[in-house]
Write a protein that binds this ligand. Structure first.
Ligand SMILES: Cc1cc2nc3c(=O)[nH]c(=O)nc-3n(C[C@H](O)[C@H](O)[C@H](O)COP(=O)(O)O)c2cc1C
Length: 316
């Protein structure tokens, strides 16, 4: 049997499959054994209590969904008391995802959540930066650097930084995250989108715009994982539209060390288990002894792809 273990920085995971933040809840234990997953990533929490975005918060689209849930939060005390404990009962590393309004708030929040029972922190810097008119931190290398550096100064815990596919020059953003001290990159969050109800003529989301997820965004996320892989040396966790073992293999070939599954679990709560089983079967059938050998092994005409990457970076 192939070895499915992968490493993300100092962490060893039993396999590369984990949920994407916000697309998973403890109730999934009824659909699958949570001790089978590579890691458990919890819905983002923010330090301050907040209500989340106006309703309606979700809309269906072709091959995906739009959401503008926001980060409803009851604050850290409630999170530590009520949300975290059921996850830490499993023999699976727990990843706490954090959103914050400013770089300094990110630093303080990550320090507070650097608990012994938390294996790593995922900083969702795709959320609005209140010091930059609400533009997400991860849209620009400068604001990415500032947030990541503030986190690195305040914790020794492993931390991953979740980037946004809405950024223009993703390679520059990834490099800023690496230089500022992130242990890994999660690429990435949802693609900004919009839908209109033609009868009421109103936007289908209360927040007007929202994040597109699901199979519709897979080629975009895959391309960005590859661009990040070519730009940095820290591990990359691929996310965006993954719904099958074949998709997961594609992300690993593009450069991901592990993958996160979001929207696919809404349609099939056992999707992640099927992906793990499919990865085992793929490795066994194709004679791959260790799944980590897939990372970055897409076969490229190097000259052609270097030229293309330069063009992609210039055209942003
Ligand atoms: C309903 C919903 C809620 C989400 N909440 C969060 C969140 O709290 N934090 C976060 O970093 N990403 C959040 N995301 C983004 C996902 O983690 C993931 O990056 C995105 O959906 C792309 O993956 P997918 O196509 O597999 O769903 C959310 C996505 C959805 C659909």
């Amino acid at each position: 049997m192939a070895n499915l273990n992968v490493r993300v920085g100092d962490l060893t995971l039993r396999n590369p499959v984990m949920p994407a933040s916000g697309c998973f809840a403890i109730e999934y234990r009824e659909a699958m054994d949570l001790n089978q997953l590579g890691a458990l990533v919890i819905k983002s929490v923010s330090p301050k209590s907040r209500a989340g975005n106006p309703t309606p918060r979700v809309a269906e689209t072709y091959s995906g969904m739009l959401n503008s849930i926001g980060i409803p939060s009851k604050g850290f005390d409630y999170y530590r008391r009520e949300v975290l404990p059921p996850y830490t009962r499993y023999d699976t590393p727990v990843i706490v995802s954090i959103s914050a309004d400013t770089a300094e708030e990110f630093g303080a929040a990550c320090a507070e959540m650097s608990l012994p029972e938390v294996a790593a922190i995922e900083a969702n810097i795709s959320c609005p930066n209140l010091e930059a008119d609400g533009m997400a931190f991860a849209m620009l290398p400068e604001t990415t650097y500032k947030a990541v550096a503030a986190i690195r100064r305040s914790t020794k815990h492993p931390f991953w930084v979740k980037l946004t596919p809405n950024a223009g020059d993703i390679a520059a953003v990834a490099r800023a995250a690496e230089e500022a001290g992130a242990d890994a990159i999660v690429m990435g969050n949802t693609v900004l989108g919009m839908a209109i109800d033609i009868r009421t003529r109103k936007p289908k989301l209360g927040n007007v715009m929202g994040g597109l997820s699901g199979p519709a965004i897979k080629p975009i996320s895959l391309r960005m994982v590859h661009q990040c892989y070519r730009a940095v040396r820290i591990p990359i966790i691929g996310c965006g539209g993954i719904q099958s073992a074949e998709d997961a293999v594609e992300f690993m070939l593009a450069g991901a060390s592990a993958v996160q599954v979001g929207t696919a679990s809404f349609r099939d709560p056992a999707a992640m288990q099927k992906i793990i089983d499919g990865l085992q079967a793929y490795c066994d059938e194709t004679g791959i002894a260790s799944i980590c050998d897939l990372t970055g092994r897409v076969i490229l005409d190097r000259q052609l792809s270097d030229r293309w990457l330069r063009f992609a970076q210039q055209s942003g």
